[in-house]
Design a protein around this ligand. Structure first.
Ligand code: M6R
Length: 361
């Protein structure tokens, strides 16, 4: 049932304020400014003993894991990174007892992720799952974990599960941070930010009409460049994947800092750039990248917290805490991909050559 929407994708994009509300519900502890995640099966002593975090997933879940690694590193101060599960399991990785492994999967059935979990367990690794589908194979195989509670996702491309997975990582990061070194007031700051998310997502969804116009304006592009830095880079990767999957427009994502090391050669009016430009410590650096693109007559669509004068268009999104900004900046880009695909007449819920869950190698 599409509940009045033309596609499941549109329905699922619009469900995000409620979905985020659901992943937060019952987990926040306002007395100690932390969160409770009963399913992690990790006591305080074990949580303090973690030396590294390695996150594994595929596609959109891998991108959510990249943002998750950033959250864990900044809030819990544990070195963390994310890697495609399929690559990890074929490079005979050293399995380290002081590393916490986290497998991310919407369906909980992706074969490459499941096989990575099984290999880790064979070698004595401790693996948590961050999964949407309750009782799925990865959820059963993991030593513990957390459900992302996005509700059923029908469209082949993932939207609300991506957002909820990132929020689930913010909860894990806050939980680990408060057991380790994160102060009471820092815990408070993140909790307050998390609680603002549902209303801020609704506010972004209200600008759908404006985003639709922009999508129609850029839909003639043969290829698009997505750029961001640090927290903004995984947002660029995910937005680029979304556009490719449903519109079949070629897209690339780069850290903005890498432009001058090669991809700047591609910039010309026919190759528009979507730039993630948050109001954070990297604002001036991001603006410098916009100038480099403008100097080569590139068209620029910025996603920012205020109007960017070097950009041809800016989608202004509400500001949250720096660490949580990527959650909000991804949302208008889901709508951008959606309306681009719609204006090109694509089969949005069932893009060619793709399946909802990839249960083979
Ligand atoms: O169910 P999973 O999260 O494990 O799926 C992983 C990928 O196959 C999935 O995210 C894929 O990239 C989607 N088509 C994204 O829109």
């Amino acid at each position: 049932d599409m509940g009045g929407h033309d596609t499941y994708m549109h329905k699922e994009i619009c469900e995000q304020p409620d979905a985020v509300d659901r992943v937060l519900r019952g987990r926040i502890d306002d007395r100690f400014n932390t969160v409770h995640l009963g399913g992690l099966n990790l006591d305080a002593r074990e949580a303090r003993g973690i030396r590294r975090v390695k996150i594994l997933g595929c596609g959109t879940s891998y991108h959510a894991g990249l943002i998750g690694a950033g959250l864990i590193e900044s809030l819990a101060r544990i070195p963390a990174d994310a890697e495609p599960a399929s690559e990890f399991r074929y490079r005979n990785p050293v399995v380290d007892p002081d590393t916490l492994y986290i497998a991310v999967s919407q369906s909980g059935e992706t074969y490459d992720v499941l096989a990575a979990v099984q290999e880790l367990k064979r070698k004595g690794g401790r693996v948590l799952g961050v999964v949407n589908v309750v009782g799925s194979a990865i959820a059963r195989e993991a030593d513990g974990g957390t459900y992302v509670h996005a509700g059923p996702e029908v469209c082949v491309v993932s939207t609300k599960c991506f957002t909820n997975t990132v929020v689930a990582f913010a909860l894990i990061a806050l939980h680990l941070g408060r057991i380790r070194d994160l102060s009471v007031s820092e815990g408070r700051r993140i909790i307050d930010g998390l609680r603002r998310l549902p209303a801020q997502i609704s506010e972004i969804l209200e600008s759908e009409g404006e985003i639709k116009k922009l999508a129609e304006e850029y839909a003639d592009a043969k290829s698009m460049m997505f750029i961001g830095r640090v927290r903004g880079y995984p947002v660029a990767l995910e937005a680029s994947l979304k556009l490719k999957e449903i519109s079949y427009i070629h897209a690339e994502a780069y850290p903005a800092s890498e432009l001058k090391h090669g991809p700047l050669a591609l910039i010309e009016p026919a190759l528009p750039t979507v730039a993630i430009v948050p109001d954070d410590e990297l604002l001036e650096k991001n603006r410098a990248a916009l100038e480099e693109i403008k100097a080569r007559s590139g068209r620029i669509l910025a996603v920012a917290h205020r109007e960017q004068e070097k950009a041809d268009h800016t989608i202004v999104v509400p500001k949250n805490e720096d660490e949580l900004d990527p959650i909000l900046m991804g949302i208008p880009l889901q709508l951008l991909a959606y309306h681009t695909a719609l204006s090109l007449g694509r089969d949005i819920d069932k893009p060619r050559n793709l399946a909802k869950s990839v249960t083979v190698e």
